[in-house]
Ligand binder design. Sequence first.
Ligand SMILES: [Zn+2]
Ligand SMILES: [Zn+2]
Length: 240
Amino acid sequence: MQTATAVEISKCKQCACGSKLAAQYVCLLPEKCNNQFLYCDDENCSSKHDHRMAKITSVMQHLKNQVGEFREKVSTLKSNLSDLFPTFEKLVKFYTASQKALSQKNSPQDGKKYRYLDELVAKIDKLYNEVDSYSLSLDELQIEYKLEEMIKTVDVQGERLKEEFTEVATLAKMDEELLWNIYEEAISTDYVNQELMDKFSPSNWNTYHGLQIKALKSKLDKKEAEFQAFKTLVEQKLQI
Ligand SMILES: [Zn+2]
Ligand SMILES: [Zn+2]
C-alpha cells in the first residue's frame, strides 16, 4: 500500500504557482483556492491549501478502486446472465418471436413496454467490454499521473456506463423466473413455431413445460379472484 501511493516526483507536472516544484498534492476544496487544483510543497503555495491535503497518488488510487468495484459488479452480472445464456438461447429465441408477434398485434405504444432477453444479453456483453477498456484507459492515465484526465473520464464515460448498467442491473440471474418476468404475456399465449421448437434441448422443454404450468396457474388465480369479487358483489346486493 505504501508503494502504491508513494509519489514519483518526476511524473508530476510543475506547479502552476511558478515555484518549479512538483505539483504532487491535490486540493480537495479548489473552489476555496481560486480553482488551483494541484499544488506543491513551496511554503507560499501549500499555505494556501492548509484546509485539506491529499497526495496525487492517493486520489488516483481511490478513483481506481471505485472503478474496480464497478467493474466487479458488471462482471458478476455478465457471469450470472450472459455466461448462462447459451443454455436458454433456443427458448429465448422462441419467446422473443412470440412476443414480437404480440407487439405487432398491439398498438405501437403498447409494444414499447416489451423487452427481449437476447437483446438485453447482447447489451450486457457490450457494456462489459466497454467497462473493461474504460478501466484499462484509467490504468494508463494513472501510470502517467494524469489525474485531471482521469476525473474527466470518470465523470463522462464512467457516468454513462453506470447509467447503462442501471438499466440492466435488475435482471440479476438467467433462470425460469427471469424468463417469466420478461415474457409473461408471450408465455401465456398459445403461440407455436415448429421451426424454433424443433431446436429445443431437453432442458429447454423442461423449462417450457414448467412455464406453461405457471401461466395456467396464473390464469386460474385471476379467474378465482374475479369469481371472488363477483361473489362478494352478489352477496352485497342480496343483503340490500
Ligand atoms: Zn505550487
Ligand atoms: Zn486548496
